[in-house]
Design a protein around this ligand. Structure first.
Ligand SMILES: Cc1cc2nc3c(=O)[nH]c(=O)nc-3n(C[C@H](O)[C@H](O)[C@H](O)COP(=O)(O)O)c2cc1C
Length: 170
C-alpha cells in the first residue's frame, strides 16, 4: 500500500473478527518495531507479544480504557525506559509504525493507555524500571472500514505558514 494511503485510511479499531492473523504478519509487525529509530539509538524499549486467549483476557482485565482488547487476535505491550526524557516520543513512533505495518496487510489495531499497573506488572512479569507506555490490540476489522470516517480538524486550523497563526500562504 502507498505510505500516504496507509496513513490516510488507518483507523483505530476496537472491534475485531475472530480470524487468525498469520504468524508472518505478526513477525513483520515486530520487525517494524525493531527497525524504528530511538533517541540516541538507545533501543531502550522492550515488547511483549501476547497471543494466548488467557493472557489476552488478563490484558482486558488489567485495563481501565481498553476492555475491547479482549476480542483482539494478538496484542503488544510497549515498554520504554523513563530514564530517557524522550522515551514517550519513542513509544509514539514505534506504536504508529507497528499499526501502519499491520494495516499494510489489512490488519487493524487500537491502542490503550489506561492500565492497572500493579496488576499488569504482576501478570506479565514487567520490571519496575520500565514504563508501560501503551498496549496495542491487533486483528482483522469486524466491519468494512471507511477511511473518510476520520474526524479531523481542517488543515488551516492545524498548520501555519512561517509564523504561528498565519493560516494562508500569501
Ligand atoms: C496517546 C493516546 C492514548 C490513547 N488511549 C486510548 C485508550 O486508552 N483507549 C482507547 O480505546 N483508545 C485510545 N486511544 C485511541 C484514540 O482514541 C484514537 O487514536 C482517536 O480516537 C482517533 O481514532 P481514529 O484514527 O480511528 O479516528 C489513544 C490514542 C492515543 C494517541
Amino acid at each position: 500500500m502507498d505510505t500516504f494511503d496507509c496513513i490516510r485510511t488507518k483507523l483505530d479499531i476496537r472491534e475485531f473478527s475472530s480470524d487468525d492473523v498469520p504468524q508472518e504478519i505478526k513477525s513483520k509487525v515486530l520487525e517494524a518495531a525493531r527497525m524504528t529509530g530511538t533517541g540516541l539509538n538507545t533501543q531502550h524499549w522492550r515488547f511483549i507479544l501476547v497471543e494466548s486467549n488467557d493472557n489476552i483476557k488478563k490484558l482486558a482485565e488489567d485495563s481501565t480504557s481498553g476492555g475491547w482488547v479482549a476480542n483482539c487476535n494478538f496484542a503488544i505491550i510497549i515498554l520504554t525506559n523513563p530514564k530517557y526524557s524522550f522515551h514517550l516520543i519513542d513509544a509514539g513512533r514505534v506504536l504508529q509504525n507497528m499499526q501502519l505495518a499491520a494495516w499494510n496487510y489489512g490488519v487493524g489495531s487500537g491502542i490503550f493507555t489506561g492500565i492497572e499497573l500493579d496488576k499488569l506488572r504482576k501478570d506479565f512479569g514487567i520490571p519496575q524500571q520500565l514504563n508501560v507506555s501503551a498496549i496495542i490490540g491487533f486483528g482483522y476489522p469486524q466491519k468494512k472500514l471507511m477511511g473518510n470516517r476520520k474526524e479531523r480538524l481542517p488543515i488551516h486550523e492545524l498548520a501555519y505558514y512561517e509564523k504561528y497563526g498565519i493560516s494562508n500562504k500569501s
